[in-house]
Design a binder for this molecule. Structure first.
Ligand code: FES
Length: 180
């Protein structure tokens, strides 16, 4: 065996050692991120800083792992996750009216969460029920053919959710919504 082969073998051994240690940490990080999000509904920075310290990674490394996965959220989310499909079929059948109605009523834009955390409003691409267009999902439950009547019912349903107090009140529906 030549000297260069020995060096390469040594280096490969070192690299695989480093990689497996990192991969192990990454596995622990991802599992913990899921648990934090399950409990908190999102990933608070303090929890991420604690995790970084525990596993011996920097906060930036934790963020880099977490932001790779779309399912992790870094801001508080609403109890109702309302997703309005804006795929072609839903767009043609008036999805923008649904978005406008929800944005207007709750004083937030798509992608935002109401201050009382009753709802997060999002727009999504085709959810695969084009025959029911326009379609909205609420916490993954699909509602199709959503017109003025169903929008009204949806607003009522969200209003009835117990919100998170941000001003010392009980956070229950008072019509005063705002973005978080
Ligand atoms: S475009 Fe909305 S469900 Fe397909």
């Amino acid at each position: 065996m030549e000297l260069s082969d020995v060096l390469i073998d040594e280096l490969m051994g070192e690299i695989s050692g480093i990689l497996s240690a990192y991969e192990k940490k990454k596995g622990v990080v991802i599992t913990t991120l899921h648990k934090i999000q399950e409990e908190e509904g999102y990933l608070p920075e303090a929890a991420l800083a604690g995790l970084a310290k525990t596993v011996g990674l920097s906060l930036a490394e934790i963020y880099s792992v977490a932001s790779f996965y779309k399912q992790f959220h870094f801001k508080p989310r609403g109890k109702k996750i309302v997703r309005v499909c804006t795929g072609t079929a839903c767009h043609v059948r008036g999805a923008s009216k649904v978005v406008d109605a929800l944005e207007g009523n709750f004083h937030i834009k798509a992608g935002e969460t109401t201050e009382d955390r009753k709802m997060t409003l999002e727009t999504v691409g085709c959810v695969g029920c084009c025959g029911l267009a326009p379609v909205v999902t609420v916490n993954d439950e699909v509602t199709g053919a959503i017109g003025p009547k169903k929008i009204k019912a949806l607003i009522k349903e969200i209003d009835a959710v117990e919100g998170v107090a941000t001003d010392g009140s009980n956070g229950k529906g008072d019509g005063g919504h705002g973005k978080a």
